[in-house]
Design a protein around this ligand. Structure first.
Ligand SMILES: [Zn+2]
Length: 508
């Protein structure tokens, strides 16, 4: 469900009489006539909006803002975001409109915006963070109790759970941002029943969803209900004639022909079922697959005029050629659990790769879920004696439809507990360190009398401790402040004039 929308519909009916219960006093004229919404202008003269560019593929830039809580937890997963972005461009392929990430993803840590239960907080989030000349999209966990919404003067908010493969919320909200109303406009917040007479007009509250911000509660807007015979389609409901009447403003399921099970009656008594294939309807995701021809014309005209600033004339990057190939480790190879280097083949055009590794073939719980720009990734520490599954998915700012590679499978070995001196006589023990226990280092003579920088990193690569020590003794002790370190694998790195030594330490 996408409970809210932008409004560009403007019907000034001097004699509107509210036949639906309303939370507010009705007003005869919804919006001051001085504001000329795009849709009305378009309808008055569609040909004026058709330019020589109108058959081009239009390339529209977006700024994606990915919200998390104050502590950085909870952001939308990259996999879900890539699936959603792929679906978005599939939904708009027939429109010859292509969306791309114009700037790097903007990561925002704010619990108040991440789960905002009021539109005011969403407006604040957008007006604080918006960038110019791009369609601003915010992924949050609660967009004011909606699946998503569009504020025409600010941007789009989308709920994590309503984004992904086979979800059309992102496309629906962009439809709003490009001037499209719901086909059932006027019925928002009302429940149609065939038992009640169908009214001629409907009033609805579009406070905050008008083309410009409403500082106070806006007067009610008014819509005519649409007839099945199309006789009033240019002035009723969404003003779009190839979207037939639809009175269903709640999430609804469809039959095999994508039509509503609910039979509705227009004011003349003609019965019909709603068309759930329309992305601007509230039919369930599996019903939706298209914008109508007139909707497409309106969206393109909006982009070519009002929203021209979103368009780029630069070349679109071609679709990525195909999946990557895993190179190492694969085929059940055994690897050290420390500093494991994962490698795969480059995919032409890919600028980023999503890498996932898991102990489970389902990847429900992931040990690694990172994005890199290279074709390898060094994992500081994995669990010992485990079977791992891993995979890679390439993408760039334009294209995210290439799937993951097939699973690579490898095994991690034990950490070697016998810490024999290495070829230079360097030795570090024990490998299993309990709180308060000192780490013993045996140094070759060449490492004495020079400062050596000792650093301990955790499995995520965060520095836990660092010290510069110069000694004349062949044996020394490091007293690591590890009382509060979580159990797990750490790495000691010693950097001296004679080289670099690393050792894995397991904190019990
Ligand atoms: Zn909507």
């Amino acid at each position: 469900m996408r409970l809210f929308l932008l409004s560009l519909l403007l019907l000034c009916l001097q004699t509107a009489n509210a036949q639906e219960p309303s939370e507010k006093a009705s007003s005869p004229c919804g919006t001051p006539p001085g504001i000329a919404p795009f849709l009305k202008a378009y309808h008055s003269n569609p040909n004026a909006f058709i330019t020589e560019r109108s058959s081009d593929t239009l390339l529209a830039g977006m700024q994606l803002h990915l919200l998390a809580k104050d502590n950085g937890i909870g952001r939308i997963s990259t996999e879900r975001l890539l699936d959603a972005f792929c679906q978005l461009n599939e939904d708009f392929a027939a429109s010859n409109i292509r969306f791309y990430s114009k700037y790097d993803w903007n990561l925002i840590d704010s619990t108040a915006w991440y789960q905002h239960d009021s539109l005011d907080a969403g407006i604040d989030m957008m007006l604080t963070n918006n960038v110019p000349d791009a369609l601003n999209i915010y992924f949050v966990t609660n967009p004011a109790d909606n699946c998503g919404y569009n504020l025409p003067y600010a941007g789009i908010a989308i709920k994590h759970g309503c984004a992904g493969a086979n979800s059309h919320t992102w496309s629906h909200e962009i439809g709003h941002a490009l001037s499209l109303p719901h086909p059932f406009i006027g019925w928002e917040g009302k429940v149609y029943s065939p038992l009640n007479p169908t009214p001629d007009t409907l009033t609805y509250d579009y406070t905050h969803f008008h083309a410009t911000p409403d500082l106070v509660n806006a007067p009610l807007d008014t819509a005519l209900t649409e007839y099945v015979d199309g006789s009033n389609c240019t002035i009723a409901a969404d003003l779009i004639c190839d979207t037939p009447p639809d009175y269903l403003s709640y999430g609804w399921d469809c039959d095999d022909l994508n039509r509503s099970y609910v039979l509705q009656n227009d004011r003349n008594g003609a019965s019909f079922r709603s068309d759930g294939s329309l992305i601007m309807s509230y039919a369930f995701d599996h019903c939706q697959n298209r914008f109508s021809d007139e909707e497409i014309a309106i969206m393109r005209a909006t982009l070519l005029t009002e929203k021209q600033a979103w368009l780029t004339t630069e070349q679109a990057e071609p679709d990525l050629a195909g999946p990557a190939t895993l190179l190492y480790p694969i085929n059940q190879q055994y690897v050290s659990p420390v500093n494991t280097l994962l490698q795969w083949s480059a995919v032409p055009g890919a600028t980023h790769y999503l890498i996932q590794a898991s102990l489970l073939q389902s990847y429900i719980a992931k040990e690694i879920d990172v994005v890199v720009t290279d074709t390898n990734f060094m994992v500081p520490a994995l669990s010992t004696n485990k079977k791992y599954f891993w995979r890679v998915r390439p993408f760039n700012d334009w294209s995210s439809c290439v799937p993951f590679t097939a699973n690579g499978i490898f095994h991690t070995t034990d950490i070697v507990s016998a810490t024999e001196p290495d070829s230079e006589g360097w030795r570090c023990y024990p490998s299993l360190l309990s709180a308060g226990q000192m780490l013993t280092l045996e140094l070759p003579e060449t490492w004495l009398q020079h400062p050596v920088q000792y650093t301990v990193y955790d499995a995520a690569g965060r520095m836990m401790w660092q010290n510069n020590i110069s000694t004349n003794d062949l044996k020394m002790y490091l007293n690591l402040p590890n009382e509060n370190w979580p159990a797990g694998v750490y790495r000691l790195v010693a950097v001296g004039e004679k080289g670099v030594k690393t050792h894995a330490i397991i904190k019990s």
